[in-house]
Design a protein. Structure first.
Length: 284
């Protein structure tokens, strides 16, 4: 029982976000594998642990910044900091522990990757502030959540091949704009009342057109990344399946039903897994 507030602070009971952080890492690790070879399972495991720790750290930072806002939103009022289950000091100590363990994971990589990974910490810390400043906090989340698309490749190859990594990273950013805009529609009424911003509030009734544009940009970028590392038919078949999934997701989305928004948001794990499977079979 004493551990439960800390586990909820990490959102271990809501693993969808951890998957969405982890999957771009798997794409990059998979694409970096030699032709005919499976992805490096040691790296996949290492990045999996890192994703759990860094997603937990990000949620802790987010809740520390937003504890006063969270108390005013029905969906978030029960979060440990907002509900007073743990103190700000306790969460700060817990954050230090998570970041220390994440550093241990990072130190298992090459020097290039250590520097590249450490450089993402600024984004992790500042992202929660963006909803106070801009209607595009989801874009900043995209920059943050898809850092693994760069880091996975460098962990395998020793440095980034930018002709592959940048299109892959951009595709991930576009993907985040899709799923996190859907997620933001859950809270739009509360967000208006408390004065925070999101792409959901910015796009309003034009949301589906914007999501369609982001999806097309994602698919084109995935094609560019695949061409630049000589991917094969299974990869492009997976990209097509991803496109079909996103099209169905957007077409059937009801932005005024929070439960449907959550369902569509969580289904994006399937998008990421489909692409990873395509990468693996494309390599083979």
């Amino acid at each position: 029982a004493p551990l439960q507030p800390y586990l909820r602070l990490m959102r271990l009971h809501q693993p969808a976000g951890t998957w969405l952080l982890y999957l771009p890492c798997t794409w990059s690790i998979g694409l970096a594998a030699a032709p005919g070879c499976l992805p490096d399972w040691r790296m996949l495991s290492l990045f999996g642990v890192g994703a759990v720790l860094m997603r937990g750290a990000g949620c802790t930072i987010n809740d520390m910044w937003d504890r006063d806002y969270d108390r005013q939103v029905a969906r978030t009022a029960s979060r440990p900091l907002a509900a007073g289950d743990i103190s700000t000091f306790q969460s700060l100590v817990f954050l230090g522990g998570q970041l220390s363990l994440a550093l241990c994971v990072l130190l298992c990589l090459n020097y290039y990757s250590i520097i590249l990974g450490a450089s993402s910490l600024f984004l992790v810390i500042t992202y929660p502030l963006m909803k106070r400043i801009t209607y595009w906090p989801q874009l900043v989340l995209g920059f943050t959540f898809n850092w693994g698309a760069l880091l996975g490749w460098s962990a395998i190859r020793g440095s980034c091949e930018w002709s592959v990594c940048l299109p892959l990273y951009f595709a991930g950013v576009m993907w985040t704009l899709v799923y996190d805009t859907i997620y933001a529609h859950q809270d739009k009424r509360d967000d208006i009342m408390i004065g925070v911003k999101s792409t959901a509030l910015h796009f309003k009734k034009d949301t589906k057109q914007w999501l369609s544009g982001f999806s097309v940009a994602m698919l084109l970028s995935l094609c560019v990344a695949g061409m630049n590392c000589n991917q094969t038919l299974p990869y492009y078949s997976a990209v097509a399946a991803v496109g079909a999934h996103l099209a169905h997701q957007i077409y059937t989305l009801d932005i005024d039903k929070p439960e449907d928004c959550w369902k569509k948001f969580a289904s994006n794990r399937t998008v990421g897994i489909l692409l990873f499977i395509g990468i693996v079979f494309g390599n083979l």
